[in-house]
Design a protein around this ligand. Sequence first.
Ligand code: SF4
Ligand code: SF4
Length: 356
Amino acid sequence: MFFQSNIGNCIKCNACTMACPVVSIEGISVFSGPRNLCVDTARYGNAAAILPSDVYRCTTCWKCEELCPQSLPLAETILELRKSIFDFNVLSDGHKKIIENIDKYGRSIVPITQERKKYKVKKAPLLYFPGCISEMRITSIFDSTIRLLERSGVKFGIPDEWVCCGAPLEKLGDSERLEFLRDRNLDYFDGFEDIVTSCPGCATHFLKYYDKDPLHTIEIVWEMMRKRKLVFKSRKKGLRVALHHPCHLNRTIGPQIIDQAYDILQCVEGIEIIDLDKPDACCGGGGAVVAGFPELALKLATEKMLDALHHDVGLLLAPCPFCVLNLRRPGIGKVEDFATFIERNLACKKEGDKKK
Ligand code: SF4
Ligand code: SF4
């Protein structure tokens, strides 16, 4: 049923399981790991053999796929396994809440009520897709991105009627709702040439399911830097800053965006860029694990924050709203979205453009 034609090419090297962050935290008796799930379980195509408490623990970090010498589609197979059991009423209450929110609000989270300036335009070169968390939970990401886009001079719009991209539904295995959301969004996306988003999860989803090649905010900021449109404030005191590499940025839409983020940081005055031991370690914020297994998500976030603490990092930057949200949960150290950090460190361009 979900047997991938090349999954039998596994050479049992175990590189995937040894690198899996969930196996490392939970142990193989709780999470059976990518090889067992994708090679053994998937080979027999038996949905009854798949335990929801096992398959929904994967954060879809793509680390196993990155390391597999046979290039086997491991994370993809886990998503297929979830699809295969979705109809058996296997979701936890936390997972069900995501679906309830999408059905009720068109967002994966409960919206906050806030009046926003409308950016609705029918045709513009660029569509800004903030994603649910930037629009409704960490609204500073939305506000800073708008200011960055305005400053870049590019004409952009946000369709009022946009709905959740569907990425959380993919992680739950709900393919029917996912298609419905995609078709609805695509109607509203008509008339725009490019999409930029704050969320690597949305970007990955657009690439996979919408046949679109979206930009991440970092790419716009990097282009502004290339055109010398970025001038940073001078900072007297040094700040030790580290960059978290979100899995859905680093391993799906492209590691070159991480390089661009470092290029930009090199231009910010008064900061010291610190290397973490494991900058690309999963924060635990993906795969709908925060909703289904919050303790596991918290443990993964804590590991990351302890890495930052160990290096005496004053601020951890995460270019992903889901990562920022989850990395703040342990309450250890400061975490900020990349775009908000860049925007609040820009020098005023002209009188009347002063920041608070
Ligand atoms: S995608 Fe990440 S969490 Fe999931 S099995 Fe692979 S390494 Fe483990
Ligand atoms: S890394 Fe690839 S080849 Fe090695 S055990 Fe895992 S699935 Fe098999």
